[in-house]
Design a protein around this ligand. Structure first.
Ligand code: ADP
Length: 242
């Protein structure tokens, strides 16, 4: 049984934008969602996370339709990370990461020892321990991106979806984030789906692509060579011609 499935899904706002989406994916997979600007990548994330009603079809999470999960249960299964260039208010890193514990806490309850342990681990895993008391406003883009990841880790979900996690990062920063996502998916058996325009970087790290174009979406699996070939073909080359 696949962990996450889309069955004949149609997504969009006033009218359907991408239709007939059929794919399945599993824990332990790292998947890049690729497509030109405006094709519907963010819309797909919102629909898979249950934040946007679908026009038709179903999202199935662990063999149960997404709309049958309560919001709280869903938040324990799936974390969605949007990339904010400018940070939210005056949160320090630790308080921001602590927001990830929300689905596990009773209203107005304090963080307990277990919550604090998970927060510590998430901050440590993303290499932010020395910055945990610093305000998000005073982080570099790469550090802020890692804080967003730490927050998703603290949410302890089997699925993490990230909208353009490598945007705004310098080249080594992009590679660092991709390496980290790969490690997380394999060592923690998480299903990680991230959207990206970093096409030359993805072939060597992902298990599959979700490719959106012209109102259609498909899953493309294969080894590094095959994924590179498909990207070259669909995007008309990955290198500037001489
Ligand atoms: P991508 O992430 O692939 O760049 P999006 O999913 O953000 O694409 O957007 C897909 C299309 O949906 C675009 O044409 C965009 O203008 C439109 N769109 C995005 N957000 C909204 C919204 N809140 N209401 C109506 N249309 C929207």
């Amino acid at each position: 049984m696949p962990f996450l499935e889309a069955k004949q899904l149609s997504i969009g706002y006033d009218k359907p934008l991408v239709t007939g989406i059929d794919f399945s994916c599993d824990r332990g997979e790292l998947i890049a969602l690729v497509g030109r600007n405006g094709e519907g990548k963010t819309t797909l994330f919102k629909s898979l996370a249950g934040l946007l009603p679908v026009h038709a079809g179903k999202v199935i999470l662990a063999d149960k339709p997404l709309d049958q999960w309560s919001i709280r249960e869903r938040a324990r299964q799936l974390a969605l990370v949007f990339t904010e260039r400018h940070s939210l208010g005056g949160f320090d890193v630790r308080s921001y990461v602590a927001l990830g514990r929300h689905p596990y806490r009773k209203a107005f309850s304090k963080l307990d020892q277990h919550d604090n342990q998970i927060i510590d681990q998430s901050i440590e895993a993303t290499g932010l321990t020395h910055l945990q008391d610093r305000s998000l406003d005073r982080l570099s883009d790469g550090e802020r991106q890692r804080a967003a990841l730490a927050r998703a880790l603290a949410q302890e979900t089997p699925i993490i979806m990230l909208d353009e996690p490598t945007a705004f990062l310098d080249y080594p920063g992009k590679i660092e984030v991709l390496n980290y996502l790969k490690k997380l998916s394999k060592e923690h058996q998480k299903l990680i789906i991230f959207s990206t325009h970093e096409l030359p970087l993805v072939a060597s790290c992902v298990d599959a692509l979700l490719y959106i174009s012209n109102g259609q979406a498909e899953r493309i699996s294969g080894d590094e060579k095959e994924i590179e070939r498909v990207l070259e073909e669909r995007f008309g080359g990955l290198r500037v011609s001489k």
